[in-house]
Design a binder for this molecule. Structure first.
Ligand code: NAD
Length: 497
């Protein structure tokens, strides 16, 4: 059986733990490897190594740090097929989708290559007579990232390229469900010339996460995962005096107006609800049918959901792969059962899908519910599978109210041809990322990614300038060089007269 360990100080690291967790190939439902789960002692050792590497790395000029990232970018491009196959093998999503997610991560590396420019401070000459003032951004120290299973390359790459570009050292604790991609990224960074100890990967579960949260030598924690864990991370990192950004779960709505281009909206919804088998934090899991559009919308959606091609991620005909684990498959199926019990109309039922030759794989077909209400659990809770709920509302105002009342506020979209509705929507909606006729409004690397409400705890979004701000602290210097004249002591607050 293949064993997966850690990557520390530029090489593989076994640690002392006897604890392991199974990693599956979800397309066939079999265990493909066992990943070691680090103990607190293992984590503390890695933190010491990252801490020792910090002084030299943070003193390395930003331009030299950027050159290593340029080389890393080249290596990702060269190895993109292998990286993509690793994602497919452990996550299950289809090859092209996995490749797209890697590219979105690569774009953050490209952004981080501009770090000499991004770290330029501000300077004001003569803030007072013969007094100058300037601001600089300096690195924090050891930063840690704790990431979810659904984007084993992209989500870590929202974090570490910017963190290390800013002069920090980094410890990544990827999801124990698909840990191999992080290890390959670590090897490529070493190959690109990154000094040992600057980027480390520790595999583990709650014990490893708690060790990161409690270690005094860690300055900042970035987290992406489900809301209950995000809240736990936020509270405990703050209690241990760390800077923290903790992104949580989502329930993203797609509001379809009666004046929308319906085919465009339906195609957008199909990709956004069923792409990656709904295992995306920006997946659209609620379609809000406004006015009289409901019947037509459900009719068109049901035809397409019934025609969805489900199969292994490496089959180029597959539009949707399996779910990540059997446990997750059971959870998603149980939500469909709950929806039926709650009285929603199950228009397409994917629960009994069986694929010949892949009987043990973790597959479910696309599911579509109509007449879902805001009181139902299938509306309120994140299912994280290929289950789309249609909620019917009478008008635009009711749609806005529905979205704003939901506890999550990650992404939302509006399909309309009316500029006035679109403008009002952008202004009034209580959600962090908004799409107008765009089904999945994931911001590009040079903008920033983050939700509102219980989709993000902390005040910094990820990547873009928010990332640079999160991974640096601001220092403002005020200086003068008086010669000759000695001023008398001043006991009042200095002001400009
Ligand atoms: P998860 O919360 O179960 O796990 C995330 C990370 O936390 C993993 O590394 C895991 O090992 C660790 N973890 C799990 N339980 C823990 C515990 N009790 N104590 C400490 N650490 C723990 O999430 P997941 O199932 O891997 O990923 C799916 C979730 O992530 C969904 O809710 C999805 O919406 C969310 N997500 C959010 C975003 C975003 O940007 N907001 C992006 C991707 C995924």
């Amino acid at each position: 059986m293949k064993k997966i360990h850690h990557f520390v100080n530029g090489k593989a690291f076994e640690g002392n733990s006897k604890k392991t967790s199974d990693v599956y190939d979800p397309s066939i439902g079999e265990v493909s490897a066992k990943v070691t789960l680090a103990t607190k002692q293992d984590v503390d050792k890695v933190v010491d190594i990252a801490h020792s590497a910090f002084h030299s790395w943070s003193s390395t000029p930003a331009l030299q740090r950027a050159r290593i990232l340029f080389k890393f970018k080249e290596l990702i491009e060269k190895n993109s097929d292998e990286l993509t196959k690793i994602i497919v093998a452990e996550h299950g999503k289809v090859y092209d989708d996995a490749k797209g997610s890697l590219t979105r991560g690569l774009e953050v590396v490209e952004f981080a290559c501009g770090i000499p420019h991004l770290l330029k401070g501000e300077f004001t000459e003569n803030v007072g007579r013969d007094v100058d003032s300037w601001s600089i951004r300096q690195s924090l120290g050891v930063c840690a990232g704790i990431t979810p299973f659904n984007f084993p390359a992209m989500v870590p790459m929202w974090m570490f390229p910017i963190a290390i570009a800013c002069g920090n050292t980094f410890i990544l604790k990827p999801s124990e469900k698909d840990p191999s991609c992080a290890l390959m990224l670590a090897k490529l960074l070493t190959e690109a010339g990154l000094p040992d100890g600057v980027f480390n990967v520790v595999n583990g579960d709650k014990e490893a996460v708690d060790a990161l949260l409690e270690n005094k030598k860690i300055s900042a924690i970035s987290f992406v995962g489900s809301t209950p864990i995000a809240k736990y991370i936020y509270e405990n990192a703050a209690k241990n005096e760390k800077r923290v950004q903790a992104l949580g779960g989502a329930k993203n709505h797609c509001v379809v107006m009666p004046d929308s281009d319906l085919d465009q909206a339906v195609n957008g919804l199909m990709g956004a609800a069923y792409g990656s088998a709904g295992e995306r934090c920006m997946a659209q899991s609620v379609a809000v049918a406004v006015g009289d559009i409901g019947d037509k919308l459900v009719q068109k959606l049901s035809e397409k959901v019934n025609a969805l091609k489900v199969g292994p991620g490496m089959d180029s005909n597959s539009e949707m792969g399996p779910l990540v684990t059997k446990e997750h498959l059971e959870k998603v199926k149980s939500y469909v059962d709950i929806g039926v019990e709650e009285g929603a109309k199950l228009v397409v039922d994917g629960r009994n899908l069986k694929l010949q030759g892949y009987e043990k794989g973790f597959y479910i077909g696309g599911c579509l519910f109509d007449h879902v209400t805001d009181q139902m659990r299938i509306y309120k809770e994140e299912i994280f599978g290929p289950v789309l709920s249609v909620v019917r509302v009478k008008d635009f105002e009711s749609a806005v109210k529905l979205v704003n009342n939901h506890e999550y506020g990650n992404g939302v979209s509006l399909f309309t041809r009316d500029g006035d509705s679109a403008r009002t929507f952008v202004s009034k909606i209580q959600v962090g990322m908004v799409g107008i006729n765009i089904p999945i409004p994931v911001p590009m690397a040079f903008h920033s990614f983050g939700g509102w409400k219980r989709s993000l705890f902390g005040d910094h979004h990820m990547h873009g300038m928010e990332g640079v701000r999160f991974y640096t602290k601001l220092k403002t210097v005020t200086s003068r060089w008086p010669s000759g004249i000695r001023s008398n002591p001043e006991f009042t607050m200095p002001t400009m007269k």
